[in-house]
Design a protein around this ligand. Structure first.
Ligand code: GLU
Length: 425
């Protein structure tokens, strides 16, 4: 079995599950739901723990832990990503699955919430090893997934190639091609135009709307982006294309800072050539803690959970935090940001663009009819802005934060679906 997680931030106070449960409790209190309903919404509907033996290229067999958690399926099939990281454990996957439930409900796509993970560092493995691992994991969880049951997508450590292996393994075992079991697939096998950039586009759409509500134009602000992967790199690019200044970015190896703004297209070329933002010319090095504390207008945490906590929240100088990652702010971090008047556009709204276009991909696969890029981008923007407006209107009307408003809308939609269907058997 691979070594258990040693990430101290993962357990106890500030752990993703503690944060997710604290957020739910807050929403339940505002909604006035009883303890029975609270417990039901706090507890995953179904979990599968699987052993994933991997034959390494040198012939050794190493056992990894795999999980798939279906937090809620009242509004439709489970939906959510598959994460490969050494820190993955059941608690993290539970938290991520719960966030998917509220996220799908906030943007009103007809899904519940799910998440999968395997405790492995993909960087230490060949493509052939990752393919064998993915196929074995998919075979193990295959009884509980499918286009009407639970639909997978990429997350940290996985990509469209991983989704092709999942789709192929599932299809071969059923005896026919079933594209809608995953989203975020390559275009050649039923992926959707616009899916790879969807999360980042959604981040920028919601950021623009939140700033406009405060009378500020996104084109005139300075920004810092933590994380330069699937979400952060495109978010930095779109911010730059919009006209905003991107003053700093970071990845897992380090960060770069340029007070007058980074040349983002040149930075993207540097990353394509070297694999990291580190050592980019015309910029100073900056570490992750200093990036979070930069004096910029907008901070976009787009990496992992729990980075804005009781300690770092005190140092944040940005006026807006737009959460590209899932769960980047702990409950205590959130309280401190609110105290300091920082406006947070919460993850379940800000980063929902990915699952919105996943939904479009699933619809297209089910109909075997493909939309144009223009149709997808237009529908994505419309869905993000209408969701933002509902959340902002509730926040204003009730005098609550955007996070609480998003949670209230998401939790209420799920509870209503459950109550109208009734408890059976
Ligand atoms: N992993 C992404 C997320 O956390 C995408 C999920 C999906 O498209 O199903 O939102």
């Amino acid at each position: 079995m691979s070594a258990p997680s040693t990430n101290p931030a993962q357990h106890g106070i500030g752990s993703p599950l503690v944060t997710a449960q604290a957020q739910l409790s807050e929403a339940i209190e505002i909604l006035g739901y009883d303890e029975g309903l609270h417990q039901m919404l706090a507890t995953p509907r179904r979990e599968m723990h699987v052993a994933v033996p991997l034959r390494r290229d040198d012939g050794r067999v190493v056992l990894h832990s795999g999980f798939r958690v279906q937090h809620n399926i009242s509004r439709g099939p489970g939906k959510g990503g598959l994460r490969y990281a050494p820190t993955v454990d059941i608690e993290e996957v539970r938290a991520l699955a719960m966030w998917m439930t509220w996220k799908c409900a906030v943007v009103d796509v007809p899904y519940g919430g799910a998440k999968g993970g395997v405790t492995i560092d993909p960087r230490g493995h060949s493509a052939a090893e990752l393919e064998r691992l993915t196929r074995r994991y998919t075979s193990e969880i295959s009884p509980i997934i499918g286009p009407e049951r639970d639909i997978m997508a990429p997350d940290i450590g996985t990509d469209e190639r991983t989704m092709a292996w999942v789709m192929d393994t599932f299809s071969v075992n059923r005896g026919y091609t079933i594209p809608a079991v995953t989203t975020g697939k390559p275009l050649t096998i039923g992926g959707s135009l616009g899916r790879t950039t969807a999360t980042s586009r959604g981040v920028v759409h919601t950021a623009r709307a939140a700033l406009a509500d405060a009378g500020t134009d996104l084109r005139e602000v300075s920004t810092a982006v933590q994380g330069f992967g699937k979400v952060g790199s495109h978010a930095a690019r779109f911010l730059h294309e919009t006209g905003a200044r991107v003053n700093a970015v970071s990845d897992q190896y380090g960060g770069v800072h340029a007070p007058d703004g980074l040349d983002v297209p040149a930075l993207l070329e540097h990353v394509a050539a070297t694999g990291s933002v580190v050592d980019f010319a015309d910029a100073d090095p900056i570490d992750n803690a200093d990036l979070l504390a930069l004096d910029v207008d907008v901070l976009v945490p787009a990496a992992v959970e729990g980075v804005i906590d009781a300690e770092t929240a005190r140092t944040v100088k940005a006026r807006w935090v737009v959460e590209g990652a899932n769960g980047p702010t702990t409950a205590e971090g959130d309280r401190l940001l609110a105290e300091r008047g920082v406006q947070v556009v919460p993850d379940i709204l800000a980063n929902a663009g990915g699952v919105v276009v996943s939904y479009f991909e699933w619809v297209q696969a089910n109909q075997a009819y493909w939309w144009t890029e223009h149709e997808i981008e237009e529908r994505l923007e419309h869905r993000m802005l209408s969701s933002y407006r509902s959340v902002a209107a509730l926040a204003r009307a009730e005098g609550i934060s955007l996070r609480d408003a998003a949670l209230v809308i998401g939790v209420r939609r799920v509870a209503e679906a459950h109550l109208v269907r009734g408890l059976y058997p």
